[in-house]
Design a protein around this ligand. Structure first.
Ligand code: ZN
Length: 126
């Protein structure tokens, strides 16, 4: 008999509070908005060891150096962050019907546990 577990993942408020307590001596870090990690917009904060990327309701942690540098993880659940190569066809906004067939690949990071997998295709309008 399966009982649907109401899994409450910590919300972003709670994660931010936890991050401040665990990594920044109880003070909230200064989040720099408009940063970029892979090809997504994130807010960035850092201490002497790690970079923290806030993306939606998830915080990714990436070590500044060492072997872990290669495997960023999710602050909330500890899962290894996965990357999706999103193939985007480019549309030109001044020529609505033209695509030109140009395709670029965006790299989208996500936590397989906290976020749904990003679509593998999309489009860019410029
Ligand atoms: Zn996660």
């Amino acid at each position: 008999m399966a009982v649907e577990a109401t899994q409450t993942r910590p919300g972003i408020e709670e994660l931010l509070k936890r991050l401040a307590n665990e990594k920044f001596n109880g003070k909230s870090p200064e989040w720099r908005k408009g940063g970029k990690w892979c090809d997504v917009q994130v807010s960035v904060a850092g201490d002497d060891k790690n970079w923290y990327y806030q993306h939606g309701n998830v915080i990714y942690v990436q070590a500044k150096s060492g072997p872990e540098n290669q495997s960023p993880h999710c602050y909330g659940c500890g899962s290894k962050i996965e990357l999706v190569g999103q193939r985007c066809s480019v549309h030109y906004s001044n020529m609505p019907l033209s695509g030109g067939g140009e395709v670029r690949t965006k790299i989208i990071p996500y936590c397989p546990n906290c976020e749904s997998k990003p679509s593998e295709s999309g489009f860019i309008t410029e």
